[in-house]
Structures are given as C-alpha cells and as structure tokens.
Ligand binder design. Structure first.
Ligand code: G3P
Length: 217
C-alpha cells in the first residue's frame, strides 16, 4: 500500500518524508489556499518545491473545468516535473481530458469521486489513480469504506490498472480499514500517518527496557 500525504505544507511533507515511508503527495486548490499559496507563479513554484522533497508522484490539480482548458493547464503542469500527476475533476470534460492524457502517457488522478460508477468511468478513461473521498461520504452518513470495497471488486473483476487512491482520509482507522480492503494508495494528513505509530504498550515496554538496562549498567 502506498502512503501519500494530503497537504501542501512543506514542513509536514518533509516530516513524513523523513520517516522514510512516504510514496507521494496529493494537493488540491483548498490545501494550497490553506498554506497561503496563491497566484499562478507561486503555485507553480510550490509544486516544484514539493517535487524536490519527495521521490514519488505529486498530484497537481487543474482549475479549468472545460476540456481545452484542462488540457492546456494539465500539459503545463506535467511539464513542470516528471513526478507531477495531473489531477482532474470527475466531470464529463475531466473524463475526456483523462483519456487524452492517458493516451499521451501522462499520469492522471481523477478526483472528487463519490460513486462506483464514477470510478468505473475513470478506469475506462485510463486514469492512473482514482480518488474516492471516504471522509466526505462519512460526513453525510454514507459509509465511505463501502465505496472502496465496491471499486476494489469492480477493478479486480476486469483487472483495471487504475490504482484506488483512498482520499479524504481523516484518521488512523480509515488507513487500516483501507489497507484491509486493498486500496492501492491512501492519502491522508500527517496526524493520521503519525497516529499509526502510537501504542501505550510500546511506550510502557520501552520505558521498562531502558529502566532494566540502567539497573545492570
Ligand atoms: O484527499 C482529498 C482531500 O484533500 C479532501 O479531504 O478532509 O477535505 O474531505 P477533506
């Protein structure tokens, strides 16, 4: 299972990278705005800075919502760095653009996916990644993990290459449940990733080991 961090915060990306378990980064316009990154030039420089920190795929989202605009913007983003993955919204023109980029061998991430049907379309269009938003489904009393299961079944039935990128992950149990189901990738905040480290018995056990060592030395 690949671990992506879902942030545009460079310190948090560095921290996750330093752990040695980071496979990539996902961003979106809201995450960029949260870091105060505005204006085309600043946004482009920020993507480049992220690519310098990590070795894996970095999703950069287009703002255009029409086919021509998405193609223009996506081509410019893809040209920034070999690690850039063009992130496209799950709308008709986004599906068309996904097919366009996949035919050209440019990686894509189809985002804002909330149903198995949308995920099927993304796979048919040759998406590299599909991003079902599990937390936002949970927010409206709909089981987000159920969607991951449905997509896993469909993709396995037809051996689609599209990777299921569980997005809108909010906490450690989302990550563990996605791993049980067989999501290929999860993208979440640093807090969810670091949360996997924690167990009180680990802390108690380590304290005891160190105390016993000190007794004998
Ligand atoms: O990965 C998608 C993500 O950024 C959305 O997360 O927590 O805003 O639903 P959230």
């Amino acid at each position: 299972m690949k671990f992506f961090i879902d942030t545009a915060n460079l310190d948090q990306i560095r921290e996750a990278q330093a752990l040695g378990i980071l496979d990539g980064v996902t961003t979106n316009p809201s995450l960029m705005a949260k870091e105060g990154i505005t204006g085309e030039e600043n946004i482009i420089n920020h993507y480049k800075a992220i690519c310098e920190i990590v070795d894996g795929d970095v999703s950069a989202e287009v703002i255009a919502t029409d086919f021509e605009g998405m193609v223009k913007e996506g081509e410019a983003l893809a040209a920034l760095h070999p690690q850039i993955v063009v992130k496209l919204p799950m709308i008709a023109d986004g599906v068309k653009a996904c097919k366009y980029f996949s035919d050209k061998g440019i990686k894509t991430n189809v985002t804002l996916v909330f149903s198995a049907g949308q995920a099927l379309l993304a796979a048919k269009a040759g998406a590299t990644y599909v991003s079902p938003f599990i937390g936002r489904l949970d927010d409206i009393s709909t089981d987000g993990l159920n969607l991951i299961e449905e997509i896993r079944t469909i993709y396995d039935n037809y051996m689609f290459d599209t990777e299921i990128l569980a997005a809108s992950v909010r906490h450690t149990m989302h990550i563990i449940d996605c791993a049980k189901i067989g999501a290929d990738v999860m993208t979440g905040p640093l807090s969810a990733i670091s949360g996997l480290l924690k167990h009180p018995l680990t802390d108690i056990g380590l304290e005891k080991f160190l105390a016993d060592y000190k007794k004998g030395n």
